[in-house]
Ligand binder design. Structure first.
Ligand code: DC
Length: 238
């Protein structure tokens, strides 16, 4: 028996003064991005939202070739050449030829097309390379679907967030509408989310060594607190 055993959720103990990688994965509307952003703020780490890069690639190809969405992987990669990840407000934000893409990437056209873009293997390689480059040399909280399995299999802490689909739909609508949604509205959004889950199912994978957090009955503050306290076990000085 060692006197100081490693807690089971620690994938890899970070050496002193080296950057820490926290991976947060989970399905759509599980609160990954907002939780990751808040955790990053609390710890003064940078936040990287990998989904925003898939969305940026979809926005770029939609800008360059409008229409049906019948574009090839090469079209997407060509359009995505102008995208850079720029550090701003404690996060890395995708920029296309100098222009902020934030309003495009949250719009319905991008949301409609992004799952297909995210299925393209070379687009996935492109996103993974961008994320790894942005993370080099700095402590990060990275959120997505495959961060703990593919992008950073050696992340120091891996979290997989889940929540009941009805609750995910309710949260998403409350945020979007700025009011409490009705039950029929939630039911319709739940159906959309479940469809979305099946489109993204292949790449949404819980790493074997991830900590599973079911947020259905947690407030966002409680989720953030749990993750921050896990990171503090890795590095108590934080
Ligand atoms: O989390 P989000 O809704 O912003 O993700 C946008 C799309 O990108 C969605 O189809 C899932 C996909 N995605 C992915 O395949 N792998 C990631 N690491 C992040 C997102």
């Amino acid at each position: 028996m060692t006197s100081n055993p490693t807690p089971p959720f620690v994938t890899r103990v970070p050496a002193a003064n080296t950057p820490i990688v926290v991976a947060i994965d989970g399905p759509a509307a599980s609160g990954k991005s907002s939780t990751a952003q808040w955790v990053a703020e609390r710890l003064s780490f940078r936040h990287i939202d990998s989904g925003a890069l898939y969305r940026a690639a979809a926005a770029a190809v939609l800008r360059s070739i409008r229409g049906s969405g019948d574009w090839s992987e090469d079209d997407v990669l060509r359009a995505a050449r102008g995208i850079t990840l720029t550090a701003a407000r404690g996060a890395y934000v995708p920029i296309l030829n100098g222009a902020d893409l934030e309003s495009d990437i949250r719009g319905s056209a991008v949301t409609h097309h992004v799952s297909r873009v995210a299925q393209m293997p070379r687009v996935r390689q492109w996103v993974n390379a961008m994320v790894r480059e942005a993370a080099a040399g700095t402590s990060v909280v990275v959120d997505g679907r495959d961060i703990g399995t593919v992008v950073f299999p050696g992340a120091h802490l891996k979290v997989f967030l889940v929540a009941d689909p009805w609750e995910r739909a309710r949260r998403r609508l409350t945020q979007r509408l700025g009011r409490s949604p009705t039950d029929p509205e939630i039911a319709e959004e739940t159906e959309r989310l479940v469809q979305r889950d099946s489109l993204d199912a292949t790449q949404t994978v819980q790493a074997k060594d991830a900590v599973l957090i079911d947020t259905t009955y947690l407030t966002q503050e409680e989720q953030v607190e749990r993750i921050v306290s896990l990171v503090k076990v890795l590095r108590p000085a934080l």
